[in-house]
Design a protein around this ligand. Structure first.
Ligand SMILES: [Zn+2]
Length: 461
């Protein structure tokens, strides 16, 4: 503390000696950093500002795969900014303005680097408009899966975890920068667009349909969707008053699983606390090339008709993943372990296999089966293992082992407080450990060390 003050005084004296004429002038405006330093995706997101709202307007034609969009981004500068980046992959930029004035820009990989005519003072709110067009690039992840604005036979399957959003809109693509969104999407008549939030308008004109969706709760950029194609859309209201939108690709075999959605949501609300968002639902598409489903906020998107476990899994993510979101990607077990354990508690609630028995079945996996036990859920080790089975299964086993160690009363209090105290926020594993210790009154360092960080099968905890 003392040495820092001393250094500041020396710097100030030197500044006065060297350049007395400039001593009174403001510090220079500086560029925002090109990334936020995530251990796995260091360039995802950008420094120097915080997005408040995205307004995404676009037209898309599945026949040409041409996307023509205008993004209006409202943000607050968090430093005196001379320059800042957005994340965007591909596309030709048509116009780019900041506060209504044309701004210079360059491209470097996923960085769209914008220099404003005048600097943006810290604390000021500014508006960026980006006109962009082209065929969206599908993004391949470190684990080989694809994401972004992925074409399907009749439209597009739109998913962004962990880095697909810049494949269809300019974003501050980091889970720490949550914002509200609205979407205005125009497609050929006969197609339906399903984006996050509530359907505000649907209008027809000249062979096209325009859908307006409003997402009014804070959302991490990777959870945005605007999946489109042929869909049968059903709207209803849960008994809690929340509007539900269920869209099913008519090519899929019909099933009854989506009828369970209200019961699943109401069950989770009873144990985790109130449903966090303005809408709920499901988008059931036919996208075999994608091969995974995602908890896009308010409306999880499924690549095929889900089974009941998968439906429950994605809906539970509304609490753990979407509302309560990791700060950095290596903490992904805070999403996937929680959602997998949520499948088990739904099964237990129905009187089917209990969470204890799910745990027991998996715990019987021999220690030599290192592919099952490694990497440990708290440290995937590489972005290629973010969605590895251990993150899901050992992550869920961690929660069940915790439940059995501290008892149901403390465990469910932890789950509820985790959801309510961090609603719309970002979290870390040490915060979860601290809450578990506080509520249970137990010292749990060793427990979490064994379950989350040791590569071998836990034996004593
Ligand atoms: Zn999941």
């Amino acid at each position: 503390m003392g040495s820092r003050t001393f250094r500041a005084v020396v710097v100030l004296l030197l500044a006065l000696l060297v350049a007395p004429a400039q001593a009174a002038s403001a510090a220079p405006f500086t560029p925002g950093s090109p990334g936020l330093g995530d251990p796995y995706f260091p360039l995802a997101g950008n420094g120097g500002y915080d997005v408040v709202h995205y307004s995404l307007v676009f037209a898309y034609d599945p026949a040409t795969r041409l996307f023509d969009g205008t993004a209006t981004i409202t943000a607050t500068a968090t430093q005196d900014l001379s320059r800042f980046d957005l994340d965007l992959r591909g596309f030709e930029i048509g116009r780019l303005t900041v506060n209504g004035a044309a701004a210079a820009f360059t491209r470097d990989g996923q960085e769209l680097i914008i220099t404003t005519a005048a600097g943006l003072p810290a604390g000021s709110v500014f508006t960026v408009v980006v006109g962009y067009a082209g065929v969206p690039e599908v993004i391949t992840d470190p684990d080989g899966s694809i994401e972004g604005f992925v074409p399907t036979e009749d439209g597009a399957f739109v998913v962004g975890e962990p880095q697909g959003s810049p494949g269809w809109y300019p974003a501050n693509d980091n889970p720490r920068d949550k914002a509200t969104y609205d979407f205005t999407a125009t497609v050929p008549a006969g197609l339906t667009v399903l984006a996050n939030g509530v359907l505000a308008a649907r209008t027809e004109s000249a062979g096209h349909t325009t859908f307006v969706w409003r997402a009014t709760s804070p959302m991490a950029p990777y959870l945005a969707t605007a999946t489109l194609g042929r869909f049968d859309l059903t709207q209803y209201t849960l008994s809690s008053g929340i509007p539900a939108y269920v869209a099913i690709d008519p090519r899929l075999p019909t099933g009854n699983v989506l009828r369970k959605l209200p019961d699943i949501v109401e069950f989770y609300a009873s144990i985790y606390g109130p449903y966090p968002f303005e809408a709920v639902g499901a988008i059931v598409d036919d996208a075999p090339d994608v091969g995974y489903s995602l908890e896009t906020q308010t409306k999880p998107v499924f690549y095929r008709m889900p089974d009941e476990e998968t439906l429950a899994h994605e809906l539970s993510h509304m609490w753990y993943g979407d509302s309560v979101t990791l700060t950095e990607w290596p903490d992904i077990w805070l999403h996937e372990g929680f959602a997998t354990w949520s499948e088990w508690i739904w099964s237990e609630h129905l009187g089917h296999k209990s969470a204890h028995n799910w745990f027991k079945t998996l715990y019987n996996t021999p220690p030599q089966d290192t592919a099952f036990w490694t990497p440990p859920p708290g440290n995937p080790g590489s972005p290629a293992f973010l969605f590895n089975g251990t993150i899901y299964y050992r992550g869920a086993m961690t929660l069940q082992a915790l439940r059995e160690k501290i008892g149901d009363a403390a465990f469910f209090e932890i789950m509820r407080r985790w959801a309510s105290e961090h609603r719309y926020g970002n979290v870390t594993t040490p915060q979860f450990v601290a809450l578990a210790e506080q509520v249970s009154g137990q010292q749990l360092d060793q427990f979490f060390e064994v379950w989350l960080y040791r590569p071998e099968k836990p034996t004593v905890w």
